[in-house]
Design a protein around this ligand. Sequence first.
Ligand SMILES: Cc1ncc(COP(=O)(O)O)c(C=O)c1O
Length: 404
Amino acid sequence: MKLGRVLPPAAAPIGAKDIMSGIAGMVGAGSELQRFENELKQTFKVKYCFLVSSGKTALYCILKALHDLHPDKDEVLIPAFNCYCVASAVIRAGLRVRLCDVDENTLEFDLAALKLELDNGKKLLCVVPPHLFGLHAQVQRVKSLVRDLLVAVVEDAAQVMGCSDKGTRLGLQGDVGFFSLGRGKAFSTCEGGIVVTNDDAIGTGVERVVRTLPKYSAPELAALLFKACVIAVFSRPSLFWIPKSLPFLGLGGTYFDAHFPLRTLSGFQAGMSRGWEKRLERFRNRRNENSSKWVSFFNEAGLSRCYSFANHAESAPDLLRFPVRMASAELCAKTISESDGAGLGVTITYPLPLHELPELAGRVSGKFPVAKECAARILTLPVHPYVTEKDMGRIGLLLRRIGA
Ligand SMILES: Cc1ncc(COP(=O)(O)O)c(C=O)c1O
């Protein structure tokens, strides 16, 4: 167990002021929620916007709405190297997970494999391309591949709220998209999710589903307030060792949980969102500065192959965590273990590909070798606003010593 300075792998700082705004938001919850929704609609120039309790809940609502539109289709195609919670939302919506392998150079769908999957797409309801770690996925390419089918493209922008690609906002390139406001995302209201779409049929469908969701109960709101205070205090590197040393909190892990709560966003979270655009920009600028420093580090160390993802511009903008491909699974495991011992915040991504996840056994079929390789060999370096030059120096030393 490491005492003292311990970096979280990702963090969107929450301050006392945000919590105070949250408490004020509880008082006038209706108008606070309306304000947040209006600001989002205006900024994203989007017709429909729905505020719910998590990214998973946002995806659940989208999937339910799509299934209501096409009850004969029940398969959701997602990359086999992905956040486990995406699969849990599919199962929670009563649908079937279908997997596709990924491209090791982009960490998104392998487009050739995707084409093959689409050829067998009669039961396919939608395709969900994610922007993993902030790497921009080619959503337009995916859209052009599914053009002739009655298959929706759901853009998983959970990790990229506020980012754009060639002038187009991420989250708005598919038929419908969603963001996460969870801990460690681009900015956070402790937990939360947002659905955005300009499609009338999908928008009214999602609205119908969202209307059936309950609000947070009073005890749940109290727990949320407590959680926000804990995150505000204990995400700081000087104190993060305390929650990190309590394994039952499962910090930094990614979990499959098909029983997650489905709620609408509370006035507390809407209140916490006040000033969200400025905060998004401030955090993104800090992450971009740190990402550029990682690029320089790898170039100087002669290790540029480690971070060279094809959809990764030279300056590596918009990353939430800086993905690094290690030469072998052994090196990857060794680096993470040493980082854990020293509290450096280097972390595994998704330890298993989805087809090997015990919770999905019997529910998915196929082998996805590239996804398996990515799960074993890709780790991420922290770039969040708490990371200092000195932290980067220590992580750099570790990478040089181990050899990446
Ligand atoms: C790619 C991706 N999709 C969806 C989600 C779900 O978001 P939430 O944690 O808010 O449920 C996450 C969260 O980690 C994610 O990383």
